[in-house]
Design a protein around this ligand. Structure first.
Ligand code: GAR
Length: 206
């Protein structure tokens, strides 16, 4: 008899294009996240294409437009409501560019993971997000960069590292070219793997 898997309910938080979300949706659709189930996608930004990607896969897509709330507390309360309503047990920050408060992250110890487009501890922390990370890597002249998936705690990009993958910087790279290579060769590969690993750990404890 095959063992029944108690799948971990996953919420994915996004802000933009959602290529990392797509990598997760594709991995889920091809059986690569057997211990997890993506139950909802939440965007903090109106017009984020990631929401369309969720809808195209038949996943619940919710907008909690940060700009529409009077305060960060109100915004986070709305996100928490959505997470609770969806029964989320694991939260994946996939290109989610809001920094979550200490109060928020303390509610989900080792239950929030983030993908960051560098080899932490290089080019991370406050102010390092999106293209800025790759601009900083090029300005410093590193020959190797990459991506990191880590647990989220109260220190920006400071939580325990789950997985990393290195990517070569090539001469003539622009930040845009480097960003695409890091996404394709690292982020989109390690994020689904790290999510499955974490979902498996959570489902084993249930
Ligand atoms: C990705 O490169 C992700 O690592 C980065 O934003 C991009 C979002 O792309 N996140 C951060 O910089 C967080 N500090 P996507 O919307 O296509 O996944």
């Amino acid at each position: 008899m095959t063992e029944k898997i108690n799948r971990t309910k996953i919420a994915v938080l996004v802000s933009g294009g959602g290529t990392n979300l797509q990598a997760l949706l594709d991995a889920a659709a091809t059986g690569k996240i057997p211990h997890g189930e993506i139950v909802t996608v939440i965007s903090d930004k109106a017009g984020a294409y990631a929401l369309e990607r969720a809808k195209n896969s038949g996943i619940n897509a919710v907008l909690c437009d940060k700009k529409a709330f009077p305060s960060k507390e109100d915004f986070e309360a709305a996100v928490l409501d959505e997470l609770t309503g969806a029964g989320a047990e694991l939260i994946v920050l996939a290109g989610f560019l809001s920094i979550l408060s200490e109060d928020f992250v303390k509610r989900y110890p080792r239950r929030i993971v983030n993908v960051h487009p560098s080899l932490i501890p290089s080019f991370c922390g406050d102010g390092f997000y999106g293209l800025r990370v790759h601009e900083a890597a090029l300005a410093r002249g590193v020959k190797l960069t990459g991506a990191t998936v880590h647990f989220v705690d109260e220190i920006t990009d400071g939580g325990e590292i789950i997985m990393q993958k290195a990517v070569r910087v090539l001469s003539g790279d622009t930040a845009e070219v480097l960003q695409k290579r890091v996404m394709k060769q690292a982020e989109h590969i390690i994020l689904p793997k790290a999510v499955e690993l974490t979902a498996k750990e959570i489902s084993a404890k249930k």
